[in-house]
Design a protein around this ligand. Structure first.
Ligand code: GDP
Ligand code: MG
Length: 746
């Protein structure tokens, strides 16, 4: 509080026993005015203070009057040495501030400040007139009530020093009004007539004075536009007469007591536009319309800058002065409240900066509560002090302050939202993965879509709860709608990514299944080759011997059936977790391609050279060594071994070109691979293609034809196999021949 007025040196009330000399005899403004007002506890008073000045010729008992009225200790001329004591302008707080009347009410208004203005001695002195004029202007610019102190015997002396002084007052007053007719407050001219003997009633004295004042008014030069104005346009009047202090000391004191009670706050009478003069001798004189409306904490600066203008003979423009004051004070108050704001905000900023430094933005707990309170408190305490100043300036400075506060808070709020955003996304991805793992461990079928939905909901709730708690009340910028939209979008992206991963996992499972099924079922078809009649060994009862020529048809059908089954498993499952039709389409397309690879691998495995030779040999032996009933032959020399051998060998030899090409019997052409795989789906991304092996005849850019893709054995291989098989068959034949002969020998 009041940092501006805190003084390094310990200021004590004792130092200011006589008040403070606001303007000294060299017309210098005293920068300690603020210190004095702080000591007297006026600074925090807002508008709850009053300023009263006393004017009059030298040695008319002004200081004496003030000291009696307000318990002040202004310097008073001693009875012996008759020389001027009050130099410049002094100011003191009413020392009877706490005085109570009979009914225990305050007998005077709170926080009355009185200014004792050096008087002129009536002689014509250029120097004096300059000061008198400046002092009058200063007093008028600041004071609600101007006490004009005159001896009774001076009343009616139109040419007296007092009239000169009043003329000055009127002139400078008009100067002020030229600048602003609207907002300059009226003043009360309070005539205190001293040494009133009582012969002339106060009412007469008053009439005389009012006549003189009107006459005086008519003689002064009025600025353009104000020529026809009357004295009543600017001043209200009040009159009081005091008995002789020395001749009637008791009456003097009693009158002073009575007078003191008039320094109370009165009320503006809405029925009377202006009071003109306060007739009633008990009437309070501190009417609200006289108040200069300078907040107490701004008064020292205002007074100083008003005096600077006056003293350097510049035009005094009070509205401008008040605006400048408002700017200065509002800035000062703003700095003060921002310091307190800083203290609350900085720990939050540090926490955020710490998080950012280690690369993990953190949601700072209680941030919202903290910053809302800080903002509200800061603006409230600014408003409390600064709203007393010029309304326009105050409004502008409030906006400036809010901007300053909000620019700091925006960073904090953004940091908080960013952290919450991060937490939400991370929590979502981790949550889904964990849940999936947990379910997998349990081995159960889980609803991936439901897991994603639940975790997404939780993530959104987390964000909204942080964001709501961080929202700034009354700040239109602090809505988080956009951020929420962004988060939703990112969560959708993350869901899509997670679903993609889940699809891959599903695809892997399905592919594994295809592999094992193809391995079994296709292996079975190839094994049938081992039996010349299509079965492994003898066909079971009732089973029709398989035709070797439709081997590929069976392989293809088996394969296509397995994949069709896999496809329906895949799409059922994928749909269950909300995969889009496009995503499913891509998955199926990939599955078919991969399955084709699986089949190729299986075929390659089955037809590896060693396997193939073995199969050919088995096929041949089955045809050669078993009769049509499947009974092994016992070779006799009479048997047509050669004929049987030749037929069996030729039959088996037809298998080699058959196996060499994947070709369907029905069409005598390769299976419709391209058709079966289908066109690449529109929705496919490069990532979906990355791990796919090219397929000849399907992928154009591959450069190999479908024929080539379907070639299992090369021509060279065929030659080689034929030669090697014949040799094997020959061996079997020789052995048969030998056993036939041996059978005879035995
Ligand atoms: P200032 O120059 O107007 O401030 O006058 P002072 O208060 O210093 O008083 C000047 C002289 O007038 C002092 O000697 C006072 O004792 C005397 N004095 C003060 N009040 C009165 C009064 O009411 N009547 C008379 N006759 N003398 C007074
Ligand atoms: Mg004096």
């Amino acid at each position: 509080m009041n940092g501006h007025f805190a003084s390094n040196e310990a200021a004590t009330p004792e130092q200011y026993e006589h008040g403070v000399q606001v303007i000294d005899e060299d017309k210098t403004f005293n920068s300690k005015l603020g210190t004095y007002l702080a000591i007297e506890n006026i600074i925090p008073a807002g508008f709850n203070y009053h300023l009263i000045s006393v004017f009059g010729s030298q040695s008319t008992g002004k200081s004496t009057l003030l000291n009696h009225l307000f318990g002040t200790q202004f310097g008073v001329m001693s009875e012996e040495e008759r020389k001027q004591t009050t130099k410049g302008i002094w100011l003191s707080k009413n020392k009877k501030d706490g005085a109570k009347d009979n009914s225990n009410q305050r007998s005077m208004a709170e926080n009355i400040l009185v200014m004792d203005v050096e008087g002129t001695d009536g002689r014509e002195r250029g120097e004096d007139q300059d000061f008198e004029r400046k002092a009058a202007l200063f007093a008028l610019a600041t004071s609600e009530v101007l006490i004009v102190n005159i001896w009774e015997h001076q009343v009616g002396l139109y040419q007296g020093a007092n009239m000169g002084l009043l003329k000055t007052v009127f002139e400078v007053n008009l100067q002020l009004f030229v600048k602003d007719r609207e907002s300059i407050p009226r003043s009360l001219l309070f005539f205190v007539i001293r040494d009133h003997l009582g012969h002339t009633p106060l009412a007469n004295l008053r009439n005389t004075l009012l006549q003189d004042l009107s006459r005086l008014w008519s003689t002064i030069n009025k600025p353009p536009g104000l020529e026809i104005s009357t004295i009543d346009d600017y001043f209200d009047f009040a009159f009081v007469a005091l008995p002789h202090k020395i001749l009637q000391p008791d009456a003097f004191v009693a009158s002073i007591d009575k007078l003191g009670k008039r320094f109370k706050e009165g009320y503006k009478d809405p029925n009377k536009s202006q009071p003109k003069f306060l007739e009633n001798e008990d009437e309070p004189i501190l009417l609200p319309q006289y108040h200069r409306r300078i907040p107490a904490d701004g008064f020292p600066i205002y007074a100083q800058s008003v005096w600077d203008q006056i003293n350097s003979n510049k035009d005094l423009d009070l509205p401008t002065q008040q605006e400048l004051l408002a700017q200065f004070r509002c800035d000062e108050i703003s700095r003060e409240v921002l310091e307190e704001f800083d203290e609350v905000i900085m720990p939050f900023e540090r926490k955020q900066a710490e998080g950012a430094r280690v690369g993990t933005p953190v949601v700072v707990s209680d941030l919202g509560k903290g910053i809302n309170k800080a903002r509200a408190t800061t603006i409230a305490s600014f408003t409390e002090k600064a709203s007393r100043y010029h309304k326009g300036v105050f409004a502008r400075k409030t906006v400036e302050l809010e901007d300053k506060i909000d620019s700091r808070l925006k960073v904090l709020v953004k940091g908080q939202l960013d952290a919450a955003h991060r937490d939400s996304i991370r929590g979502f991805s981790e949550g889904v993965s964990q849940e999936v793992k947990l379910n997998q461990k349990k081995g159960g079928v889980y609803d991936f879509a439901e897991i994603v939905d639940n975790k997404k909901q939780a993530a959104l709730e987390l964000f909204v709860s942080v964001a709501t708690a961080t929202a700034i009340e009354g700040a239109d910028w602090s809505s988080f709608d956009e951020e929420l939209v962004l988060l939703k979008k990112e969560l959708d992206d993350a869901s899509k990514r997670l679903r993609g991963e889940e699809m891959r996992r599903l695809a892997t499972r399905v592919e594994r299944w295809v592999k094992s099924r193809v391995g079994e079922a296709v292996g079975l078809e190839f094994n049938k080759l081992g039996s010349g009649r299509g079965g492994s060994g003898a066909p079971a009862e009732g089973e029709k011997p398989a035709d070797e020529r439709d081997l590929w048809d069976r392989v293809w059908k088996t394969f296509v059936d397995i994949v069709a089954h896999a496809e329906s498993r895949f799409s059922d499952r994928a749909k269950s977790f909300d995969a889009s039709p496009e995503e499913v389409e891509v998955g199926l397309w990939r599955l078919r391609r991969k399955s084709w690879g699986v089949l190729q691998d299986k075929i390659e495995e089955e037809l590896m050279e060693g396997n193939l030779l073995l199969k050919l040999r088995e096929n041949f032996e089955d045809k050669f060594r078993y009769d049509d009933e499947g009974v092994p032959r016992i070779w006799r020399p009479t048997d047509d071994i050669e004929g049987l051998y030749t037929r069996a060998r030729e039959s088996t030899l037809t298998l080699i070109p058959l196996l060499a090409r994947f070709k369907l019997l029905a069409t005598n052409s390769p299976p419709p691979l391209e058709e079966w795989i289908g066109n690449a789906p529109q929705a496919m991304t490069p990532a979906d293609e990355e791990d796919l092996a090219p397929i000849g005849g399907v992928d154009e850019e591959e450069g190999t034809s479908l024929e080539e893709e379907m070639t299992v054995l090369s021509d060279v291989k065929i030659q080689d196999l034929t030669v090697r098989f014949k040799k094997t068959a020959d061996g079997v034949y020789v052995e048969a021949k030998r056993s036939a002969i041996g059978g005879i020998t035995q």
